[in-house]
Design a protein around this ligand. Sequence first.
Ligand SMILES: C[S@@+](CC[C@H](N)C(=O)[O-])C[C@H]1O[C@@H](n2cnc3c(N)ncnc32)[C@H](O)[C@@H]1O
Length: 323
Amino acid sequence: MSTYLETTHNLYKEAALTPDVGLCCTTNPIWELPGLNIPKIMQEMNYGCGSTVHARDLTNNPKMLYVGVGGGMELLQFSYFNRQKGGVVGIDVVDEMLEASRKNFKKAEAENDWFKSEFVDLIKGDAMNLPVEDNSIDVAAQNCLFNIFKADDLKKAIEEMYRVLKPHGKLVMSDPTCEQPMNDTLRNDERLRALCLSGSLPIKDYVKALTDAGFGTIEIRARKPYRILDPKNYPTDELIYIESIEVAAIKDPMPEDGPCVFTGKAAIYYGSEAYFDDKKGHVLVKNQPLAICDKTAEALLALNRDDIYVSESTFHYDGGGCC
Ligand SMILES: C[S@@+](CC[C@H](N)C(=O)[O-])C[C@H]1O[C@@H](n2cnc3c(N)ncnc32)[C@H](O)[C@@H]1O
């Protein structure tokens, strides 16, 4: 095992034995849903950096997989939408974390009359070698784990998620990202990497890692401030701004002309006809914004028309897109 993975293992062993409220910084409020009570200990052990729970992914009792369980909060939230024995499979490489979440599910059972611990199957396993059958999962999730992995390990972890998902299944993720270069001292600091502070990639590289594995559709659903690395407290000469993103990668077939990546762009036709049809499957009804992927945005801009507006990326995409 690489030493940084050992450091990561030890750090999360500690975080399982002694909950560390400041370990990760999510600005997401906890989910408020009818009848859902999240035990305090799960909130204290929220080591994520966003949310991977999106109600519209979770219709029709999907079979779910969650890698890197932490205190179990998101698995409880996923269970809310499924409520079946073994409906959510939780995998973690750290025994102590599995044990802590097991205890937390017992608390959740006492505080939620709809929940049973048996809804979650906790299994010891590694993100890089998932003990899960091929093509068996509808929705897979990980929150604030993959950013820790170095390039080769990240590739393996993403390929594993791709392998276990059914066709059209979704991988929903939240991770820190950073558009500034990080120096080697930061990059090679195993503890900072394990703390989700120095492994993050620019969004473009993160998306490429997903499309390289074969995911044909990518949705960037949210982009938020996460942390600052400042020269007084970290080995850097300049202030480094880290964000977190929420992303879904969908196991759609790869289109011949490349992946559809939705970064929150929209097109608006404002010409003299009732609609504009590009004859490639995109119909823009006059004065109605249509969410478009970056590929379609580029193609529409290349037409150089004076009656189509293409917006910048908002990094907030919530469906209804062009392809
Ligand atoms: C930053 S925490 C995130 C926990 C949880 N996803 C959350 O949002 O609270 C990372 C989690 O991944 C687990 N982990 C670390 N390395 C792993 C690996 N190689 N495979 C699976 N899980 C791993 C840790 O034990 C920990 O539970």
